[in-house]
Design a binder for this molecule. Sequence first.
Ligand code: YOG
Length: 138
Amino acid sequence: MSASLCGTWDMVSNVNFEGYMVALGISPCLRKTANKLKLKKVIEEQGGVCRIKTLSVFRNYTTSFTVGHQFEEVTRGLDNQCLKSTVTWDGDRLVCEQIGQKKNRGWAHWIEDDKLHLELYCDGQVCKQVFKKKGLKD
Ligand code: YOG
């Protein structure tokens, strides 16, 4: 895990979260709640294991993995699916492929202008989220 992704990050923008959630089959009621959330990412690495926590006032979601090793990901509290996920580096992007019932599902994280960027994709929909380091201005 590149040191630069590690830390606590606060969401500053969230584009097409709605489209991504529709593609995941999330109910309208849950989407309405989720769309109002300001998400936080806590990214840590210890002994070769990376942990990404997505935190909100409504629900939290944590995934832990070793880069390059496929793992079973259960998206409990999200769309509740069992996935075969693999995280790898593609240049300076940390990329996750999530094999399951949905086509073309995954995400990518990278740093740009001191911000943490995230693309979440599923079945042709792309959600783009940007986070700033906690405590830092714009
Ligand atoms: O992150 O895969 O950083 O795991 C995406 C939510 C909303 C619940 C969050 C709870 C997808 C209702 C995780 C939101 C929408 C909506 C806070 C994104 C599903 C259900 C948990 C993600 C990766 C990359 C690491």
